[in-house]
Design a protein around this ligand. Structure first.
Ligand code: SF4
Length: 327
């Protein structure tokens, strides 16, 4: 795909739904894509702000290569500005450290050396560095290493289509079902919902996360709306991770999410008909159970899988395949 186009003497960035119109020298909302005359340069290409080996469960992805390691990387910058960002130290940072350049080839070699079955583009919003992520993903494919996107779901239509066949799994933050609140965070609810549907239709494995922020998105009605959207538009098999907020960034006066609030979201999700609802960030273990016979399939302790009863991706009792991507 083309990462930018020309319109009325400006370059238009096609990486996310903001579609920033940039004059020469101007940088977009994300702080990292800049009009440098004849093109838009992704200034963080090759320059990481974070690089770790994480369990895939930490993304969180619970139905994608369970118990595997994922080389996880992120840069500075973001196209949103959520007041409750739990990664604001890099997402809102504007200073790009260009000390060490890591080529796509370097990243893939590292993943191979460390025995990682996937590479995750995470920590900050990967859409803003899609040219880099895509080059890594294409190189990784040669070695059967898969690519995972942990994103706010505000990709441009062009990127969503381009991700088909490039990225194997996504975890998308569905932050709220309130249009006005989405605007405050920096996006539009409708676009995130459309992109979620497109990912599912394009055959990418999708899991959804909602960070439950007290007084902001924790009403019964909002939980019902989010769970119903997942069930009706994405499918009952799509896992919903409801995650506890801890005071951070500009939201330091709010309390941490209570267990009762997460439990309410969990109960609503199950009542609406979602097969897989997981509470996160609150020291509760959520085993994966078969949606037909309730047999326990995967047991975790924190991010560690301590029991995997799947037999070639099937329930050992009733042989129903667990939805997801398994070896
Ligand atoms: S990635 Fe999004 S925010 Fe950044 S310049 Fe492109 S359109 Fe603008």
């Amino acid at each position: 795909m083309n990462y930018y186009t020309q319109k009325n003497g400006k370059l238009v960035c096609l990486l996310c739904h903001h579609y920033c119109h940039l004059q020469e020298g101007q940088t977009g909302i994300c702080g990292v894509n800049t009009n440098v005359g004849d093109k838009i340069a992704c200034q963080v290409y090759g320059y990481l702000a974070a690089l770790n080996i994480d369990p895939i469960e930490k993304k969180p992805l619970y139905h994608f290569l369970p118990a595997s390691k994922s080389l996880s990387l992120g840069t500075v910058g973001c196209n949103f500005h959520c007041a409750f960002c739990q990664n604001w130290g890099i997402s809102q940072e504007k200073n790009i450290k260009t000390g060490q350049y890591l080529s796509p080839n370097d990243i893939v070699k590292l993943a191979l050396n460390k025995g990682c079955q996937s590479i995750s583009y995470t920590y900050n919003e990967p859409t803003i560095f899609y040219p880099y992520a895509k080059d890594i993903a294409l190189e990784a494919k040669k070695y059967n290493i898969k690519s995972v996107y942990v994103s706010n779901g505000y990709e441009s239509r062009e990127v969503v289509e381009d991700m088909k066949g490039v990225i194997e799994a996504v975890n998308i933050d569905l932050k709220t079902f309130n249009e006005a609140y989405y605007k405050k965070l920096g996006g539009e609810l409708a676009r995130v919902l459309e992109n979620l549907k497109a990912f599912v239709n394009n055959g990418i494995w999708v899991e959804v996360t909602t960070l439950v922020v007290p007084s902001k998105n924790d009403s019964k009605e909002e939980f019902e709306a989010i769970a119903s959207f997942i069930k009706n538009e994405l499918g009952a098999h799509v896992p919903w991770h409801i995650s506890a907020f801890h005071p951070d960034f500009k939201e330091r006066t709010l309390p941490a999410t209570s267990f009762e609030s997460l439990k309410q979201a969990y109960t609503i999700g199950k009542k609406v008909g979602l097969n897989y609802v997981y509470m996160g960030n609150i020291n509760v273990e959520n085993p994966t159970v078969c949606s037909v016979c309730q047999e326990v399939l995967l047991v975790r302790e924190g991010f560690k899988v301590i029991q995997n009863n799947l037999q070639k991706g099937l329930c050992p009792k009733c042989a129903k395949p667990l939805e997801g991507v398994f070896l």
